[in-house]
Ligand binder design. Structure first.
Ligand code: ADP
Ligand code: MG
Length: 364
């Protein structure tokens, strides 16, 4: 027998799934994004034992149609993208059709779903490791979808041990991620709680579906958080470099807006909040280390002792960045990042210079 053989399909699926769902964060992120994509106005995330026993995401979104039950958890099956060309005009978080399939391979997953027209009866769906539909049963349900993930990483012993060992830290990271989604998602009520095996249910945070990100920030970080913030409302044009002229839009300058809130650079006042920096590109939460660095650098020239609270949404043409870089889509490639950073820094300096720099006399 030849020594080079094809890997059996189920094993391929399990290997690849481990790259889509890498940690607790990716589980929660994928499920919450699905709920947002389904047009939900209420999303409840329930952890049991910080997620080690179960993660439940319950939404009041569209629900799943019975004709889609067979394919909902199959790999590369999605309602959001039909061809590669659609990627440019995508307005959903998901598009790979990998999350549910991967979760079937790495956990025990079931779904309860009902559309408006199905209520008060819904369907409970169970799946095989491959994502194939295993069974359905009828069950009372509200409109929307509940996805339950149990025994995460039960078949990846090393990762499971690692998760158990670091569960407090991992849970902390998940809360930070959920806060980022909750703050930007206007009109969506977020409720996040954790239930320990023998303890009572404790609420982590919640928002109330306000139409203003400001209200969400107050709900998540407390009323004091807004006291020292100024509105970010920056606009600048990115002049494309010659090398990108041909590649993109034939030379038109592309406008970028940065909306949100940032700490006032009042010397000796305010809070140091390096862990409270939330960045978004067209409302998609993402890690933007270089942009964060630019914010911190400029802020430091006004206030050497603290890092700012930053909530910044970069609004830009979908042609000027690429989200299809990593499976979790947290990494976003910004074209002309250097130009953007320079313009951003200039605009920030201008904003801070226009602020009143005096130290407040009273502390409340
Ligand atoms: P993707 O989000 O990339 O499409 P997923 O594996 O996350 O891939 O989900 C597969 C499909 O299942 C989605 O395209 C969507 O049609 C459906 N789906 C998943 N979660 C929900 C939900 N909470 N509400 C409604 N439909 C959902
Ligand atoms: Mg998805």
């Amino acid at each position: 027998m030849a020594s080079i053989q094809a890997i059996e399909q189920t094993s391929v699926h399990q290997i690849q799934s481990g790259q889509v769902i890498v940690d607790l964060n990716s589980v929660v992120k994928e499920l919450v994004e699905n709920s947002l994509d389904a047009g939900s106005t209420s999303i409840e995330v329930r952890f049991r034992n910080h997620g080690l026993d179960a993660i439940e995401v319950i939404d009041n979104g569209s629900g799943i149609a019975p004709e889609d039950f067979e394919s909902v958890a199959l790999k590369h099956h999605t309602s959001k993208l039909r061809s590669y060309d659609d990627l440019e005009n995508l307005d959903t978080f998901g598009f790979r059709g990998e999350a549910l399939a991967s979760l079937c391979a790495l956990s025990q997953l079931y779904i309860i779903t009902a559309r408006e027209t199905d209520r008060p009866r819904g369907t409970r769906l169970e799946f095989e490791v491959s994502g194939k539909l295993k069974s359905t049963s009828t069950i009372a349900a509200q409109r929307g979808t509940k996805v339950v993930v149990e025994k995460i990483f039960h078949n990846l012993p090393v990762r499971k041990k690692e998760l158990e060992k670091n569960i407090k830290r991992e849970y902390g990271k998940v809360l930070t991620l959920l806060q980022a989604y909750a703050c930007i998602s206007t009109g969506v009520r977020f409720t996040v709680s954790n239930q320990m095996p023998k303890g009572s249910k404790s609420s982590a945070f919640s928002t109330n579906g306000s139409a203003a990100t400001k209200d969400n920030i107050i709900k998540v970080f407390g009323p004091k958080s807004l006291r020292d913030l100024v509105a970010l409302d920056l606009k600048f044009d990115m002049q494309p470099t010659t090398s990108t002229l041909a590649a993109h839009d034939g030379g038109a300058s592309r406008g970028v807006k940065v909306e949100g809130h940032i700490s006032k650079p009042v010397f000796g006042e305010g809070r140091s909040a390096p862990d409270r920096q939330m960045f978004y590109v067209n409302s998609r939460p993402c890690g933007l280390p270089q942009v964060s660095k630019a914010f911190n650098e400029v802020y430091k020239t006004f206030n050497i002792s603290q890092s700012p609270f930053v909530f910044a949404n970069l609004i830009m043409d979908t042609n000027s960045y690429d989200v299809n870089v990593s499976p979790d889509k947290r990494t976003i490639l910004l074209h002309d990042q250097g130009v953007l950073l320079e313009s951003l820094k200039e605009a920030l300096i201008e904003l801070f210079e226009s602020q009143d720099q005096t130290v407040p006399q009273t502390k409340s």
